[in-house]
Structures are given as C-alpha cells and as structure tokens.
Design a protein around this ligand. Sequence first.
Ligand code: ZN
Length: 407
Amino acid sequence: MGYATALRCRKCGREYPLEPRNLCDFCFSPVEVTYDYQSMAKAISRKKVAEGPLSMWRYSDLLSVESEAVDIGTSLTPLVKADRLGRELGLDELYIKNDCLNPTYSFKDRPVSVAVTKAREFGFDTIACASTGNLAASVAAHAAKANMKAYVFVPASVEPGKLVGAAIYNPVLVTVDGSYDDVNRLCNKLVERYNWGFINVNLRPYYAEGSKTLAYEVVEQLGWRAPDCAVSPAASGLSFTQIWKGLNEFAMLGLIEPVSTHMYVTQAAGSSPIVNAFEAGTVHVNPVEPDTIAKSIAIGNPADGYYALRVARQSGGGAWAATDKELIEGMKLLAQTEGIFSEAAGGVVIAGLKNLVASGAIKRNQLTVAFITGAGPRTQEIVSDVVQPLAIQPTLESFEEVLGERV
Ligand SMILES: [Zn+2]
C-alpha cells in the first residue's frame, strides 16, 4: 500500500491530490491515479504477488487504497482453457476469463470494491451510481457490507432480474424515465448538490483501478505472460482501457516482458459508437441512441470511448459490432461448448471473436483471451426460446412414445 501519488489529467498531465475528482479543472479531461512505479518495482515481485491473498487484493499495491478493503469476497475468477469453443472458431489456444463468478455475478465487483473502500477513506457515508443494472447490484452489495447508504439510479427499462439483483441489498433504488446517458447526466448534476461518493463520477478514477485486476489475474494465470490477443466488451470503454493499463503496468514493473497484446473491442451493433469510430478511422466517438437487447453495455455516449479507441488502434487490435441475433447465437455457443451462461455482453464478445477469427484478424496460433464480464441468469428472458421440454406422463410408455426414435 501507499504507492499512489496523485491524480493526473490524461490529456494535459496536470496533477491533483488524491481526492474525490473525475475531471481536470483546466481541460475537462478525465484524471487517473498515478503511482511511484520506481519504488513499487523495488518492492514487488512475482513471488510476493503469488504469496498474497487468493483475491483481487493480492494486487493491492496497484489499487490506490490506504485502508482495509470493503470486500464481499471477490475472488480470483477462473481462466478456462476453451478447447471446444476454440475448435469451433478455429483457435488453438483460446481462454475464457469467466468473471460471471463474482459475488454479484459481474466484473463490477472489482472496481466497486476499490471505489467503496476509497469512499470510506474519504469519509462519505453515502454512495451512489448510475447503472445499467450490474453496477447497481455491486454498489448496493458493497454498501450493505460497509454499512453505508446507497442510492442507485437505473433506466426504467432495465431488465426485471437486474432490478431484483440490486434491490435485494436494500439500496434506495431509483428508476429514471430515460436512457443510461440521461441517468448519467442526472448523476453529474446530483454530485454537485449532495456530498455523496458517486462511484462512477467523483470516485471514477479509483473505480477504474479495480478493473486492472482482470489483466493482472490473466497474466498470472497464464504463467506470467500477456495474451497475444484480448477480446472484451465495451460500454463506457473504461474496463477495456484498464485491461491495457494493467498489462502495461506489469511490464513496467518488470514482472513480464513488454506487452504486444492486440486489444479487440466489441459492442452490440445497436449501441456501437466506439466500433463505428474505429471503422470510420476517426478519433471522434459520435454518440448514438442505443437500441439493443444487450442493455448492460448500452451506453450511447461512452465516457472513455476516445481512450478505448486509442487502445484498440495503438495495440494493433480492432473492433467488431455484433447484431442482436449474432450475440444470442454467441451466448448459446459459449454455453453449449464451454458450459458458461453469460449475459448478452458475453454473447457480443463471442460473436465478435468468431468474426475476428473468420476475417483473419485473429490468427489460429495466437493465444487469445475472451473476457466474459457478466452472468446470464438475471437476463435469461432473451434466450428463453431454448426451453423446449419434452412433456410426458410419469410412465415408461409415455417416455418412449414421446421420445420415439430420439433415443
Ligand atoms: Zn487537463
């Protein structure tokens, strides 16, 4: 602990104290946490990390916290060697980072654990967030654990399962008649009026740090190497950029070789401003009106879209948008080859991966990691057509009559 030095503007480089803050006062660009990497490099080693707790907190040196973590049991999640899916898609070395297995069923527990810990350090007794569902659940769960009050704001169109998934932890649940982008704009006004820790506004730089653990874990699970290719979904674009930051921090600290990972960003075609900009060859991410069943990643005006775009380009990666039909096929393919039931965002990743391999962007022999960031059961209605049971009487005759030639 104790290596974080400042918040630094990503654009102009101005520095600020480690305080609740999202934007630079001069150029209004996002700020990020910086560290004394030189001192950290002397203290950190593969051995020291490996001896740490079996959770994201084994990387606490790189997570900017100064106090005991608010931890609901976010463990190391499996990196599954996906041989069946790999064969199906044409990849020899495919891995699935299965982040469905976090306490609130999405990767959000990583960033939220860091952000709520910082909120407590800053003396906030109330935390809040704008969410498409997964973040709301994670914030509410961490607030319960930390005995803090939580206000979670979601679009009224959020899936019923996501509302229950947040409400069970007893936050103040506010449904807003508008899109996620409307909810986010509202929260940016509320932060001026209320002295609350807004997880993805004034605590956003700390929140961002938690997503880096996705990269750290993958590197460690691969035997201290970065993948050749990484495929991840993007909503705000933040976690995608943080995976890249995490990989490069490990290289900077001498824990792995310099990183040559190609970073591929995937979005749903009904909400793909980052992919659109990539394909158009521009640096401007033009907002869109989301229209997709992949609601957890339906952000039309992505706060970190510019940076996500830059990572995809700088790393020699790419971008792909999957239609709703393709993403549903992706969900089914992942479930029916690897036994992993993801939410729609995971279907986007698998559909994107399929197309990236078919188009020759990702080669058969490249070690590829697909990030599956949220679990399927809370939004199961979108694949309810899989339920086609054989209805029988409780007799042998009925079974054989109905099954006929099938057995
Ligand atoms: Zn600035």
